[in-house]
Ligand binder design. Structure first.
Ligand SMILES: *Cc1c(COP(=O)(O)O)cnc(C)c1O
Length: 369
């Protein structure tokens, strides 16, 4: 099979194909997480994470924790969703529904504004809920819903939060670093994200960027020891240490990934790069009669989903692409039989993109039919 050496290119929504520089950073050394050099590194990473989106730079602090993106989202909800007021979850996919399950697990009052997975957030329903239920103090929503690739319209949702005086808790796991994120204009309390999606680091570290005054709120117990992010904030923004062992080598890689993110032009340049990949891949698929699940304008830049052609099931397409060095991603839940997903994150080089499009052409068009 024609693969370029042993190179495997990941087109799943994280972890991503690492750049050589980020991979090499893993070998920087054996450090103790309780020595001053690691505290200094963690402080520097936190400051740079808060600066990835300029609107967050001045009023928000990041905290780093060891765990995947789900740990950051759960830590955010455990630390910021109130015990006596209601959090309204806007759900239009797996990850929105997961936030509701987390709130249930932590015994936090919540209601779910449930949507079909193919539907955009219904702003009229959101505003009606905010108007008739004065108990709602927070709205929890996913920015880029990876289930479908939809970029939920946070400009509109954030403006509603601001207008109604409710705080926004954002799952930005697959948008942080590559889509626009505002702060006070959206009444953003906190956003959760991870090292190994749009920032192109290694899996193992995640983080929450929260408004500075909210971190310092006394008496807000998290109901979890490990996920009590105020304890992380107090430590990391105090002496610089963390309550528990951190993934030291993963932090080296994140440090290098943040260098590359900045050197390449920050979040907006990354978005443009992803968009160009999306356009190239979707045009190739369209030539083979494979259409997108959503209208192109509904997708963000990070991941697009496509309807499986009747002639080829997911497993056959996945296996044939994997044999050529590309890992695509299945649909989840009730979409599993109908779609496949291609993410645009990571070190995908022009030659990789050309080979991918050539492979798709062969498998879906001429020879593969
Ligand atoms: C990937 C993802 C998560 C979960 O991240 P893990 O690192 O797999 O725990 C949460 N939310 C969204 C939107 C995601 O894309």
């Amino acid at each position: 099979m024609a693969t370029a050496g042993d190179r495997q290119v990941l087109l799943n929504p994280g972890p991503v194909t690492l750049s050589d520089t980020v991979r090499a950073a893993l070998g920087r050394g054996d450090w103790c997480h309780r020595e001053p050099e690691f505290a200094a590194l963690a402080r520097s990473i936190n400051a740079r994470l808060a600066g990835v989106h300029p609107a967050l730079q001045d009023d928000y602090d990041a905290v780093l924790l060891t765990g995947s993106g789900t740990a950051a989202v759960e830590g955010m909800l455990a630390s910021f969703a109130p015990r006596r007021r209601t959090t309204l979850v806007l759900a239009n996919g797996v990850y929105g529904e997961r936030m509701a399950r987390m709130l249930a697990a932590h015994g936090r009052p919540h209601r779910v504004l449930a949507h079909d997975w193919l539907a955009p957030p219904d702003i009229a329903r959101l505003e009606a809920e905010l108007a008739c239920d004065a108990d709602i103090s927070h709205v929890a929503v996913v920015h880029h819903e990876t289930t479908t690739g939809r970029l939920n319209d946070l400009e509109v949702i954030g403006q509603a939060c601001k207008a109604w005086g409710v705080q926004l808790l954002l799952d930005g796991v697959s948008s942080f670093g590559a889509e626009y994120i505002a702060g006070r204009d959206w009444n953003l309390a906190a956003v959760a994200a991870t090292a190994n999606k749009c920032l192109h680091g290694v899996p193992g570290l995640s983080f929450v960027v929260g408004r500075r005054d909210l971190w310092r709120k006394p008496g807000a117990a998290a109901g979890s020891l490990y996920l009590d992010l105020r304890a992380y904030h107090a430590a990391q923004h105090g002496d610089g240490f963390s309550p528990f062992t951190q993934a030291v080598q993963v932090a080296f890689a994140l440090d290098a990934a943040l260098d590359e993110h900045a050197a390449e032009g920050g979040w907006s340049a990354r978005r443009e790069r992803y968009r160009a990949r999306a356009e190239r891949i979707s045009a190739t698929l369209q030539e083979q009669g494979v259409g997108t699940l959503l209208a192109p304008a509904e997708f963000g830049s990070v991941l697009w989903s496509y309807r499986l052609p009747g002639r080829l099931g997911y497993a056959a397409l996945h296996d044939a692409l994997k044999a050529r060095g590309f890992v695509i991603y299945a649909g989840q839940g009730r979409l599993a039989a109908d779609i496949f997903r291609i993410a645009h994150m990571g070190d995908i080089r022009p030659v990789d993109l050309e080979r991918l499009c050539q492979s798709l052409h062969e498998l879906l068009g001429g020879r593969g039919r």
